[in-house]
Design a protein around this ligand. Structure first.
Ligand code: SF4
Ligand code: SF4
Length: 230
């Protein structure tokens, strides 16, 4: 899932301050699960914006609406006939960075501002606790590393074993984090695959990751018509 957190409320208030009609749009998928951009958070933010405006002697209309996913036009289209959107001078999107940008594409003449800071692709390890697991590198190596990602979980993204700086199983960059290569070794040992550590991974072609610029994925098997993804 995409993990995000709410921006500092002062930053949100600064972004919406110039406008007298603000629509707060929640997103019902990843960011709702990470308790940052769901309906409950949208209602809370709307209330804070109203209180701040009242305290400043300003009259601001703040509405709340939501869609299942802001990163999917099929769901965004549902906003078209909603009074909250066409009446709004400014839309505060509580989607992840992809959702905010898709909203801006859909409504090219509307002010769209982000209410969240998108942080990473991760997992939920407990109430209010998420950790990063994947950087979407475009060339997954989990088969070689016992299901533990060296790209996102090693601070140096090492592909051929540890850097030598770990101590007590902890990363030398961040003592709060496990050394990814210690985890990889332990896991390979448990599944009788430590011989995989002898394989030398060649220099990686990072063009499949972000280093090759913005990426796109077009699946011919589910594409209809001449859709090339644009
Ligand atoms: S190797 Fe790449 S795709 Fe696989 S989990 Fe790590 S970052 Fe994600
Ligand atoms: S200590 Fe382990 S996780 Fe940290 S940078 Fe070195 S190899 Fe990577």
């Amino acid at each position: 899932m995409i993990v995000a957190e709410r921006k500092n409320i002062d930053e949100i208030l600064r972004m919406v301050e110039p406008y007298s009609n603000v629509a707060v749009v929640a997103c019902g998928t990843c960011v709702a699960v990470s308790m940052a951009g769901g309906e409950a958070q949208a209602l809370e933010i709307a209330s804070l914006i109203r209180k701040k405006a009242r305290a400043g002697g300003r009259d601001v209309e703040v509405t709340v609406t939501s869609v299942i996913r802001q990163c999917d036009m099929e769901f965004l289209d549902a906003l078209d006939d909603r009074a909250e959107i066409y009446g709004a001078e400014c839309v505060l999107s509580l989607g992840c960075g992809a959702g905010v940008q898709f909203m801006a594409e859909k409504y090219p003449y509307k002010i769209i501002v982000p209410g969240l800071d998108t942080t990473f692709i991760g997992v939920n390890r407990g109430l209010g606790f998420w950790t990063e697991m994947c950087q979407g590198c475009g060339d997954c190596v989990l088969e070689k590393t016992g299901g533990i990602c060296p790209v996102s979980r090693c601070a140096k993204s090492h592909f051929n074993g540890p850097c030598g700086g770990s101590s007590g199983g902890r990363c030398e960059i961040n003592a709060d984090a496990d050394c990814a290569w210690q985890l990889i070794y332990d896991r390979l040992k448990r599944i009788n695959q430590t011989d995989r550590l002898l394989e030398i991974n060649p220099a990686r072609d990072w063009r499949a990751s972000r280093d090759g610029g913005p990426r796109k994925l077009v699946r011919a098997d589910v594409t209809v018509g001449d859709n090339d993804g644009e």
